[in-house]
Design a protein around this ligand. Structure first.
Ligand code: LLP
Length: 425
């Protein structure tokens, strides 16, 4: 459910017509709904009600805009971060350091050190050596780092290969059959409070049975660790719950997920931690764009829009589907390819799609663009960095500026030996 609906023939975000945002901010632009973010945050929490002690750490990579983080902090969410930059954002949004989980397969020593200085609530270790280094850094600072060991349960998540993380050949976590031995070597280290395990098997998961299998394996490991005398107080179950991208898609709900987790984790007696990203942000945003041309094609016309793969990379990277709807549909339909202005054939959002009929100058949106949209944007083809707008009822604010190509150019320089007029010798 989301708050992007047609009213009097014009697509609105909450009470704001998208035509107004296009007029005032220009296109392309990401538009987010505060009400949808809040609702998703609440529905996810509600779904986990059957569980005991939980900690919610929003995976900020999905949408790290500082205004979004602020509103999710108001909803009681901490953060899951994977870089020093994400840590800085979460702290800037006022998320307490103690509510931040530091994940990531390549945390640098400098990032680990900064995390310790900030008092980050939990470090999710990706390899044994990271635990040794973290313990040493913490010990030198007179601290004990709260940590869990991320385990790779070797389960196929059944999602796109590029967003699968829980198969043995993926780079994430430690092999589950070696986890107990590693845990035993790390647990005694001064400077480390090794208190549990973590797993995350992939993103846009549509089949709860895969997650269930991974969690069952984690449960077996927890029992094994306890039998070996370790104190296990925290288990981080990651994120990954999928969202509907196409009208008619049916996906497990947070309540289905919560019921499965309750069944599998019964008797674990730990604080369960969750790192939802897409399920919170996905349907809370659209990418608003203007049609530049409708260009005749061999089979279907190409609708060339002013958004491109640099603004929304998911179709080019994962062949992802994003619904495309006119802001002011005429009622007519057309079959078209939808593409951006970037000079690659991969800059294509859809082929042979049945869509609202559009002509140049019309506004349209790509839906379900609130997660892994703006955050993955680039300036390829020397395009501006796409701005972001947050709507709240009948008001809206630009929460990330459009960064002009000229501003990016101003950060580059020609070294003096290449200056015009210099002797090339
Ligand atoms: N926790 C960890 C350790 C993760 O690696 C991720 C996502 C999450 C939580 C959040 O997963 P979510 O609930 O959002 O599925 N760019 C891709 C998705 C990459 C996901 C990376 N990790 C896309 O656009 O589909």
């Amino acid at each position: 459910m989301n708050h992007f609906d047609h009213r009097d023939g014009i697509l609105h975000c909450e009470d704001v017509p998208l035509t107004r945002i296009a007029d005032e901010v220009g296109t392309p632009v990401y538009v987010y709904s505060t009400a949808t973010f809040r609702r998703h945050a609440q529905v996810f929490r509600e779904g986990l009600k059957p569980l005991g002690r939980i900690h919610l750490a929003y995976a900020i990579k999905a949408n790290p805009n500082v205004a979004v983080l602020r509103l999710l902090a108001e909803e009681g969410y901490g953060a899951d971060v994977v870089s020093g930059g994400e840590m800085a954002r979460a702290l800037a949004a006022g998320i307490p350091a103690a509510d931040i989980v530091f994940s990531g397969v390549g945390k640098t020593r400098a990032e680990l050190s900064r995390g310790l200085d900030e008092g980050i609530g939990q470090f999710n270790l990706e390899l044994e050596e990271e635990g040794v280094v973290l313990a040493r850094l913490a010990h030198a600072k007179g601290k004990r780092a709260p940590a869990v060991l991320r385990v790779n349960p070797d389960v196929d998540a059944g999602t796109h290969a590029k967003i699968s993380t829980g198969r043995a050949e993926n780079k994430f976590g430690v092999p589950i059959d070696q986890a107990a031995a590693m845990f035993a070597r790390l647990a005694p280290l001064d400077g480390l409070d090794l208190r549990g395990v973590a797993c995350h098997i992939g993103s846009q998961l549509a089949d709860l049975s895969r997650l269930e299998e991974a969690y069952r394996r984690i449960g077996v490991l927890v029992a094994e660790l306890r039998a070996a005398g370790h104190r296990i107080t925290h288990v981080d179950l990651g994120g990954g719950l999928g969202v509907p991208y196409k009208a008619g898609d049916t996906l497990p709900s947070p309540a289905d997920y919560g019921a499965m987790v309750a069944r599998v984790t019964e008797g674990w007696d730990v604080e369960l931690m969750f790192e939802p990203g897409r399920v919170i942000a996905g349907n809370a945003g659209v990418l608003l764009t203007e049609v530049i041309w409708v260009k005749p094609g061999v089979t279907n016309p190409y609708v060339i829009v002013d958004a491109a793969m640099n603004d929304l990379a998911r179709p080019a990277l994962y062949d992802a589907w994003h619904d495309f709807d006119a802001v002011a549909p005429s009622g007519e339909r057309m079959t078209a390819n939808i593409a951006g202005p970037v000079c690659e054939s991969g800059d294509t959002f859809a082929m042979g799609r049945d869509i609202d009929a559009v002509v140049s100058g019309d506004l349209a949106v790509f839906r379900t663009a609130g997660a892994y949209g703006a955050t993955m944007a680039s300036t390829y083809n020397s395009r501006a960095l796409v701005p972001e707008v947050l709507v709240d009822g009948d008001r809206f604010a630009v929460v990330a500026d459009r960064i002009a190509a000229e501003t990016i150019l101003a950060a580059e320089r020609v070294p003096d030996w290449l200056m015009p007029g210099r002797d090339p010798a």
